[in-house]
Ligand binder design. Structure first.
Ligand code: MRU
Length: 354
């Protein structure tokens, strides 16, 4: 069995990011050497998925301090503030990004308060903190997997949406981590993956990642799910989350809400799998969660590879057509059977605090 994929890792003085825009056509890494590089990679979705962008942002914060710089204390502080602002505005919905940036800011403040103003040393300490966040994410996902797999009987067929796998985290995955843990517990699990228009995280990423490990996966178009619910194909739906409000309302990839309604209508359990860093008690309900609007061009065009391996973006809608592209929706807590976290399984009514 192949090791599960790692979407980002630190080496040679930079953050190596597996370019998810190119998958499954090419496995290529891009190097990010500054907070600006990381913010650009998050915005363009070279790296995506709530926990993964949090980890990337943490390394971006560490790289705000240049090794060779002779910066003054004020200069270092201003560089950290600048990096935080830049990273925070790169994508708005996944709260893991804010969580990681704030943790790095606190760590930097604590180190500086204790006299650590040497740039090279401060940078090294902040890189260690980011590496710790990465390790903690993988360990948390393994715990999510352990808690979650107990909810799945053997021979289950699970529907998932978008990609909440190793690619969307530091490794192992949340929703797909549950599938991995069930497989490791000796259960046979089949996965159905929605293609997840328009970025095609399901078609390009979830299928690719599961195929690497020989986990049984079937790809369906987004509009096909309902007919399989009618046939009784699914034993559970498991999705990830970008932000969970204090009352359990959950923002995740656009189309998640539709699946929750279908699951409810057919008596199928609907599970959200997410680390505690995805919970935002500052949001009382889903109405407080900012929803990212992405470019309409991602809806009117599609990208693929030709036989020679060249990538092409082609128009799939008439020129000048009006299109909308909210990237996430909110599933009300009443449709969620349980939230599987790294601290255990939460059941309704959800009243989540720090
Ligand atoms: O736009 P994306 O690809 O970043 O959206 C990702 C999702 O919606 C995932 O389901 C979510 O971030 C959870 S990933 C463990």
């Amino acid at each position: 069995m192949a090791d599960e994929v790692r979407p980002l890792f630190w080496n040679d003085g930079g953050l190596q990011v597996l370019d998810q825009r190119l998958l499954p056509y090419a496995v290529r890494h891009i190097q990010c050497s500054s907070p600006e590089d990381v913010a650009a990679a998050i915005k363009a979705m070279n790296v995506r998925g709530a926990p993964a962008i949090g980890v990337a942002a943490a390394f971006g914060m560490a790289m705000a301090i240049e090794e060779t710089s002779k910066a003054s204390e004020a200069g270092i502080r201003s560089r950290i503030d600048h990096a935080a602002a830049l990273l925070l505005e790169s994508r708005p919905t996944a709260v893991n990004l804010r969580w990681a940036v704030e943790r790095m800011q606190s760590r930097a403040a604590a180190l500086m308060a204790s006299g650590g103003m040497d740039p090279a040393r401060l940078r090294a300490q902040l890189i260690s903190e980011a590496a710790l966040i990465l390790d903690e994410d993988i360990a948390g996902n393994r715990r999510i997997g352990q808690f979650g797999q107990q909810l799945l009987p053997s021979n289950s067929t699970v529907l998932t949406h978008c990609n909440a796998g190793a690619l969307a985290t530091a490794g192992y995955g949340t929703a797909l981590g549950v599938v991995r843990a069930a497989r490791d517990a000796g259960k046979h699990i089949s996965v159905f993956a929605d293609e997840t228009r328009p970025f095609l995280q399901g078609a390009r990423l979830t299928t690719w990642e599961l195929q690497q490990e020989g986990i049984d996966v079937t790809l369906i178009t987004d509009s096909t799910a309902g007919s399989f619910f009618q046939k009784g194909t699914f034993d559970a739906v498991i999705v990830g989350a970008d932000r969970i409000a204090a009352n359990g309302d959950t923002a995740n990839k656009i189309g998640t809400f539709t699946l929750a309604v279908l699951a409810d209508a057919h008596g199928v359990p609907f599970y959200v799998a997410a680390p505690w860093s995805t919970i935002d008690p500052r949001c009382k309900s889903g109405a407080d969660i900012p929803i990212e609007e992405r470019s309409a061009e991602e809806v009117t065009h599609t990208t693929g590879q030709d036989a020679e391996g060249t990538m092409h973006t082609v128009r799939t809608a008439p020129e000048g057509i009006h299109a909308l592209h909210p990237a996430f929706d909110v599933t009300p807590a009443r449709l969620i059977t349980a939230i599987i976290t790294d601290r255990g399984v939460l059941r309704p009514p959800f009243r989540i605090s720090e």
